[in-house]
Write a protein that binds this ligand. Structure first.
Ligand code: ZN
Length: 183
């Protein structure tokens, strides 16, 4: 199974607002294959040569609902200075979050969103996420901060049908949070 750009649904498709359901563990072969294909898409999309050859839109994460599949499956791959943070999670759940916020200075983007939605998206600066990680074949708790934490929250939002621009203040899109970490 290989995911192509055409497989990804846009926010004009009402399915993007569907709530995703827990998957059964251990993962079925079908769900394993889907989750692995999602991870591979993200990984390949960050390789310039592959992305160009296969017309992949670059991404740091994807949720199954973006393929029209309402299952709690997400893949995230974030290259950062301290190394690559990568997960392919089933049933991810945020179990703790910092009071302090963080946000991307330039705003967020999404494979399912073509229109511009400028503005700050405030996220928790640090989170702990519990879930089953296909990459390590383990039930795990991930402590994430910085860009990785933002990406995880973006993907986990998809499982509730929430898009990044839902978080932008329509009256003051570039509002500041003095306490927040700017990334
Ligand atoms: Zn997204």
């Amino acid at each position: 199974m290989k995911i192509k750009v055409e497989d990804i649904i846009l926010d004009s498709d009402p399915r993007i607002r569907e709530k995703s359901q827990d998957v059964t563990l251990p993962l079925s072969e079908e769900n394993k294959e889907l989750l692995q294909a999602m991870f591979n898409y993200v990984k390949d999309s960050q390789d310039d040569a592959i992305a160009e050859a296969e017309h992949l839109q670059p991404a740091v994460g994807i949720a199954a609902i973006q393929l029209g599949v309402p299952k709690k499956l997400i893949a995230v791959l974030v290259p950062e200075k301290d190394g690559v943070h990568q997960v392919a999670l089933a049933n991810p759940k945020i179990i703790s979050e910092s009071v302090q916020n963080a946000y991307l200075d330039g705003g967020e983007g999404c494979l399912s969103v073509k229109d511009e939605h400028p503005g700050h998206v405030f996220r928790h600066a640090r989170i702990k996420v519990r879930g089953y990680d296909l990459l390590t074949d383990k039930q795990t708790v991930i402590s994430a901060s910085g860009y990785f934490a933002i990406c995880l929250q973006h993907e986990i939002d998809h499982l509730s049908g929430i898009l990044f621009y839902d978080h932008i203040n329509p009256d003051d899109p570039w509002m500041e949070d003095e306490e927040a970490i700017v990334i």
